[in-house]
Design a protein around this ligand. Structure first.
Ligand code: MOS
Length: 772
């Protein structure tokens, strides 16, 4: 908090960083000029593919009847496991899975096995979408069905400890101190079980791929992905091509929430279909296919034991998670990580159990682990407060972690106290009636709840290129992704600031593997990684230009030491004598330079997380940054009104205050916190995909049946950020806010529901039947 970030130490800039700039891509989007991955319709000879999927969740394909489908006009190909072009590598074995970086260790159409309902069994290609759809409907698939297992709750399901078959995806069994003993000895003991429904990401833009083979060994893919480099690696490895032979372009993305954070079967299947028919092919998942095509947040339960002293100090935390996984993978969201670091507690244990079921592999879903993990710890903390007669905010302050309880490291920065204080003030928390079920507004029960939020600064690095033109404009590039949350805009601001140009003189380009590599826009790393890369690229421009000036006999800076020169407002001048200097354009024109290019690498984080998580992770710089624990923190405050007769819950007030380092754009940041909080309110009150326990099929795989909040469900939301300066995390001091926005949200809602009704619902979503 006391250290000014490096950014402003070196560069006061134009001051545009942090300003609520309108989206630079907003106009293109509302004018329909922003091209999404399924909108490259002018490719020569473009044709359409659709997936035929299995209704059966388990069994074997015994044959196909393609005769009626193939007779239809315009049908070009039907690909099945019998005729799919052979791949150099598939994720079907551990080595292939690792090489590809796929989330899912099984590629459909590589065998006759059916492992889950909705699994693609054929790709049908035709000259129009309608003809492809009709032919897919006529295609008959013969299946020998078997009885599937639907979830970990199925009596046939066998639970196993994934740490015994460690594949690097599941967090290990963790023990710190003497948890069992400490719990047994604790004067206050709570044991609670929490369940969380299956959730699906459902971004507005579905998974979509357009594949164009420009030559037999050269391919361009327009893919709805959160990371072009990661997709390039997956596809090129499967095809046995070099990365350079596969170009991936993602100029615009209509959301992702984690489901576009890895490569799923439809992408490579589209690429193979394009190969098979020798024409560009476009495939877009249907909304129902989005429920079986790109992963989900797994159905799960958690048991949390809390041991505490009579004055509310935690002495033991014991967490167990049980969840469903696929027939081949051992994925579980790491819920225990946030439980291990949120509060000071000397004794901690976490363990995981999985059961195989006939579902596809679950995957990262916005705040994977932190979202459901915070539901457990933050509801239990609320229970502890009531049990001891303490205010829910007070119990959290009594257990405030002054350092990372898991690692013992100091925080790189932590503004949680300020978040609590400011949030409570904005909300009016001090006026809260401590008694549950005691506040009414007419017939309605009124409840106030709060919860803590936190999200790690994952380890990552990226690169960027900045080209400054003598005429006073710049083009800045990085192969990053804009999920729709504002990467184009904030990077334009960072570049304008660092190059001392007006924002309308800067063009920022992203979303192409031809550009300098950047990590996936996932794990909240994009803002911090790409902004520091852009900043470093701009510094490289200035360093190169300083060298030009000091070698130029006509420059007032001739023979100055480069280290003695600074750049202020685009003017290169002597630090000791600012009168001596000149503008960059003068130097460039005299040297007959039309433009100058700088390159930069931005590092983000400390190695707190496994470096494998980032697409381009390399060795971490081992300096004092690595000695710190890096996290964002925040607090949510929620008011609900509950109808005691109908059991309906409405969120009527909302306050979120976060400390997340430098905020690059006040408007897009506020929107992101609002969006994440609404995402969390959805998980708290509405969202849940129901898997039929007999057929292992989803019963509500549509946006009509999978309920998410609409505008009328959400009140005006108050969002603030604490002014937080973190000198350790990256050159820009940016932590990122994509995921912290939803951490703790479901607990804040559940805690408000308890305060309103006196009824504790530990099962998400909190639907009316659970209230009554
Ligand atoms: Mo996010 S779940 O890391 O895309």
């Amino acid at each position: 908090m006391d250290t000014e970030p490096r950014f402003f130490e070196t560069n006061p800039g134009s001051g545009v960083v942090g300003q609520p700039l309108d989206r630079v891509d907003g106009r293109a989007k509302v004018m329909g000029q922003a091209k999404y991955s399924a909108e490259f319709n002018s490719l020569p000879g473009l044709v359409h593919a659709v997936l035929k999927t299995s209704d059966v969740a388990k069994g074997r394909i015994t044959g196909f009847d393609t005769s009626a489908a193939l007779k239809q006009p315009g049908v070009l190909a039907i690909l099945t496991h019998q005729n799919l072009p052979k791949l150099a590598k598939t994720p079907n074995d551990a080595e292939g899975k690792k090489a590809i970086g796929a989330p899912m260790g099984f590629l459909p159409l590589t065998s006759d096995q059916i492992h889950y309902a909705g699994q693609p069994v054929a790709v049908v290609v035709a000259d129009t979408l309608e003809r492809a759809q009709y032919a897919a409907a006529l295609l008959k698939v013969q299946v020998a069905a078997e009885k599937p297992i639907a979830s970990y709750e199925d009596p046939q399901a066998k639970l196993f400890d994934p740490t015994k078959v460690q594949d690097g995806k599941t967090p290990a069994h963790t023990v710190r101190g003497n948890p069992q003993q400490a719990f047994a000895a604790a004067p206050v003991q709570l044991t609670h079980r929490y369940t969380h429904a299956t959730n699906h990401h459902n971004p507005m833009e579905p998974g979509a791929t357009t594949a164009h083979w420009e030559a037999p060994d050269r391919l361009t893919i327009y893919d709805a992905t959160q990371g072009v480099t990661r997709t390039q690696k997956a596809v090129s490895t499967m095809l046995g091509l070099s990365a350079e032979q596969v170009r991936v372009v993602t100029k615009y993305l209509g959301g992702g929430f984690g489901c576009k954070g890895s490569s799923w079967p439809h992408t490579i299947l589209t690429v193979l279909a394009a190969k098979a028919v020798g024409r560009p092919v476009k495939l877009s998942l249907t909304r129902p296919q989005m429920f079986t095509g790109m992963g989900h947040r797994e159905d799960q339960e958690q048991t949390l034991k809390i041991g505490a002293t009579k004055d509310g100090k935690l002495t033991a935390l014991i967490h167990e998670k049980t969840s469903t996984t696929s027939p081949w993978d051992n994925y579980a969201e790491p819920n225990s990580k946030i439980i291990n670091l949120l509060y000071a507690c000397d004794n901690f244990e976490s363990s995981y159990q999985l059961a195989r079921a006939n579902v596809m592999t679950s995957t990262f879903t916005r705040a994977p682990g932190e979202a459901p993990g915070s539901f457990a710890i933050e509801c239990s903390m609320d229970d502890l407060a009531y049990q001891l007669g303490l205010d829910p905010l007070e119990i959290r302050l009594r257990n405030y972690a002054e350092k990372d309880p898991g690692t013992g490291q100091p925080w790189s920065s932590k503004s949680l106290r300020q978040c609590y204080a400011r949030g409570a003030e904005l909300f009016g928390w001090s006026k809260r009636n401590p008694k549950a079920g005691a506040t009414r507004d007419g017939r309605l029960l009124v409840g106030w709840g709060m919860a803590t939020a936190s999200y790690p600064v994952h380890n990552s690095q990226g690169t960027a290129r900045a080209r400054l033109y003598a005429d006073g404009h710049a083009v800045v590039q990085s192969g990053a992704t804009d999920l729709g949350t504002g990467t184009y805009t904030v990077m334009t601001q960072v570049a304008a600031d660092a190059l001392f140009l007006p924002v309308d003189k800067v063009r920022f380009e992203l979303g192409d593997t031809k550009l300098p590599t950047a990590p996936n826009s996932g794990g909240s790393v994009a803002a911090g990684t790409v902004s520091s890369s852009v900043y470093m690229a701009a510094q490289d421009v200035w360093q190169k230009l300083i060298k030009v000036a000091v070698l130029d006999k006509k420059s007032p800076l001739y023979r100055a030491k480069p280290a003695d020169v600074e750049v202020k407002q685009g003017r290169l001048q002597l630090k000791a004598n600012p009168q001596k200097g000149e503008g960059f354009a003068v130097i460039m024109k005299r040297a007959e330079m039309a433009d100058i290019e700088g390159n930069g690498q931005g590092r983000y984080g400390s190695g707190y997380e496994d470096a494998q998580g980032a697409a381009n992770a390399g060795p971490t710089k081992k300096d004092e940054a690595g000695d710190h624990s890096m996290h964002s923190f925040g607090a949510h405050f929620c008011e609900v009104k509950v109808d005691p007769d109908l059991g309906t819950v409405r969120v009527t007030r909302w306050v979120s205050v976060h400390g997340a380092g430098r905020i690059l754009n006040a408007k897009t940041a506020r929107s992101q916190i609002i969006g994440g909080s609404i995402f969390g309110i959805g998980a708290a009150l509405m969202e849940g995909t129901v898997r039929d326990q007999h057929y292992a099929r989803y019963t509500n795989a549509s946006l009509a049946d999978y309920h998410i909040p609409v505008n009328a469900d959400i009140p005006d939301m108050t969002v603030e950020f604490v002014d937080e300066h973190d000198p350790y995390i990256n050159a820009m001091g940016v932590k990122g806010i994509g995921e912290i926005s939803m951490v703790g949200v479901s607990a804040a809602v559940a805690n408000a529901v308890f305060h309103a009704t006196g009824k504790r619902v530990r099962s998400l979503p909190i639907t009316p039947d659970k209230i009554l």
